[in-house]
Write a protein that binds this ligand. Structure first.
Ligand code: SPD
Length: 368
């Protein structure tokens, strides 16, 4: 009665309070998602469609550079994209991402506040993005093949030597070394290996990393966008890749009963932590559906399924109870405090630094 009386007096407070839901209903029931390959739990999309009636169109991209090009071109048509933390700051500064409407994301409270602090450097106030998953860039190996190719040479103390030190790469080229195919995936670990800031914006540092890389170029078999298959299928015995994808390859090799054991190593000098983040392009046509998707993803059991099935750690603290013990105890999924302390935290790269890295990477890849 009281609310009817207020409405009869012509006051607008109550309709305003109901605005987000009304807006969500007004959008056509469509959501266009652009994510990395092998990065969603099996039933997540169908379950979201069933629960919300929103039809999801799902496409994938292979590296941050490809996503960046789509966002910069504009009118991508995507409502949800998943940029790596290294690109987020520049994307926010260029006005490419919308602020999240947290009033439509009640499950936002499930996120781990400590991990969210790690993103503040790329997204001040955590206003635009939140983690889909995180992991670290490292070296992955097929244990038996690497042992055979190294022969009498023992495994190095520092796992990065397997991909950057010619003494090791010369031996491992026989079973195949694969690098990720992207300047911003290769230059940061190369800089870290030569003792520079992994996210240095100094072109002279990039040049020095390029000189180190040139010495191993002849030993690199693949620049891979299909690292999981390349490792699990035997095209490569060593990978400079993401721990999460190496974990997937390990699982696949086991399921295929290949007898091959694949492992993501924890380098003594540390891997490079990254976050892949959920974001909404500034020109998204279905931002309310995007918020519904984010809120759905943040349900504990939904976030945990990504970690259980794919070996990428979740930043959803409330979901940790749903993570299977074997996955929770796997240090290649959730590194312990000691290892985390050694790792390079996520950071941003500006446009000029990325251009300089691209120039160095392109010459390295061409072998010139
Ligand atoms: N299979 C999922 C791959 C996601 C990798 N994103 C990594 C970005 C690191 N900079």
């Amino acid at each position: 009665m009281a609310s009817l009386a207020v409405a009869a007096c012509g006051k607008k407070e109550e309709p305003k309070a109901a605005a987000p839901a009304a807006a969500a209903n007004a959008e056509e029931k469509v959501l266009n998602v652009y994510n990395w390959p092998d990065y969603v739990a099996q039933d997540m999309i169908t379950n979201f469609e069933k629960e919300t009636g929103i039809k999801v169109n799902y496409q994938t991209f292979e590296n941050n550079e490809a996503l960046q090009a789509k966002l910069v071109a504009g009118n991508s048509g995507f409502d949800i994209v998943v940029p790596g933390s290294v690109f987020v700051k520049a994307q926010i500064e260029a006005g490419l991402l919308k602020k999240l409407d947290k009033s439509q994301i009640p499950n936002y409270k499930n996120l781990d506040a400590d991990l969210m602090k790690k993103l503040v450097g790329v997204d001040a106030g955590n206003e635009h993005v939140l983690p889909w998953a995180w992991s670290f860039t490292t070296v992955g190996i097929n244990k038996a093949k690497v042992a055979k190719a190294l022969g009498n040479t023992p495994m190095p103390d520092n796992a990065w030597d397997l991909v950057f030190n010619p003494t090791y790469t010369a031996k491992l080229k026989s079973c195949g070394i694969a690098y990720l195919d992207s300047p911003t995936e290769i230059l940061p670990p190369a800089l870290h290996y030569i003792g520079k800031n992994a996210y240095s914006e100094d072109a002279a540092d990039h040049k020095a990393a390029g000189e180190m890389l040139a010495k191993v170029r002849k030993d690199i078999r693949l620049f891979s966008s299909t690292m999981i298959d390349d490792l699990a299928g035997g095209k490569a015995c060593v990978a400079l890749g993401w721990a999460g994808d190496i974990n997937i390859a390990a699982k696949r090799a086991k399921e295929n009963k290949s007898g091959q054991e694949i492992e993501a190593l924890l380098p003594k000098t540390g891997g490079l932590i990254f976050f892949d983040t959920l974001a909404v392009p500034a020109d998204a046509k279905h931002p309310n559906n995007a918020m519904a998707f984010i809120n759905y993803f943040l349900k504990p059991e939904v976030s945990a399924a990504l970690t259980n099935e794919l070996g990428y750690p979740t930043a959803n603290k409330a979901s940790l109870a749903n993570v299977e013990p074997e996955t929770a105890q796997n240090k290649a999924v959730f590194p312990d405090e000691g290892n985390l302390g050694l790792m390079v935290p996520p950071a941003a790269l500006g446009n000029a630094a990325r251009e300089s890295m691209t120039a160095v990477y392109t010459s390295f890849k061409k072998g010139k």
